[in-house]
Write a protein that binds this ligand. Sequence first.
Ligand SMILES: CC(C)(COP(=O)(O)OP(=O)(O)OC[C@H]1O[C@@H](n2cnc3c(N)ncnc32)[C@H](O)[C@@H]1OP(=O)(O)O)[C@@H](O)C(=O)NCCC(=O)NCCS
Length: 190
Amino acid sequence: MNNNYIIRKIKAGDADQFIKLGNLVWRSSYKDIFPEEVFNHMESRERMEKFKAGFSEQQLASDRIVCVAEVDGKLIGYFVGTFLSEYEHFKEKEYADLQAIYIHPDYQHIGLGKKFFDIFVNELRKRNIKNFAIGVLADNKKARKAYEKWGGILDNYTKQYVKLGVGYNEVFYTFETEKLKTDNIEVIKE
Ligand SMILES: CC(C)(COP(=O)(O)OP(=O)(O)OC[C@H]1O[C@@H](n2cnc3c(N)ncnc32)[C@H](O)[C@@H]1OP(=O)(O)O)[C@@H](O)C(=O)NCCC(=O)NCCS
């Protein structure tokens, strides 16, 4: 396996690979959390076309940073971070939000997640943003362990993440940008 990935900002042409990677990681990571219908719904042509139609407007917006990692032109991971959380609870406190980190199963646990995390923290520091949150399904034990290792504090706030009419418990970790150890910051290619 070639671990020589590069990290760069997302571009409009990434839409197809971005969507497919998200679906693949969902299937592998959430197989014990969501029923099959949830994945089928995500992968439906209607939903994928809708996502693609709004892709540039959404992912290239100035209120966020979205980066991808690629190996030989193939996307192997991405993160989406917004500079102001869309959750009222965190928005009113002016928290940013690391909305998504998704890494291809073959490339998990080689430090890419932490690298993404550090890049996001660096972007927040540049903007003088002091705090951010990450929401995660309560049952996503692997991700929660990583967030705890990366310095996250479990918040009292919880929410129901609703998929196809069923609520799943979502918990949140909060982070103070000035207190975090970030040894992985690298220059992101445009
Ligand atoms: C959860 C996820 C984002 C973590 O990213 P990752 O690249 O696999 O994680 P890393 O390799 O950076 O870190 C994993 C381990 O190395 C440690 N690590 C790596 N670099 C580190 C550093 N510089 N400082 C501290 N810890 C570090 C992590 O703490 C963690 O420890 P563990 O092996 O005991 O779990 C990734 O596995 C993933 O995409 N999972 C599937 C989708 C998902 O659940 N996404 C989150 C949705 S909320």
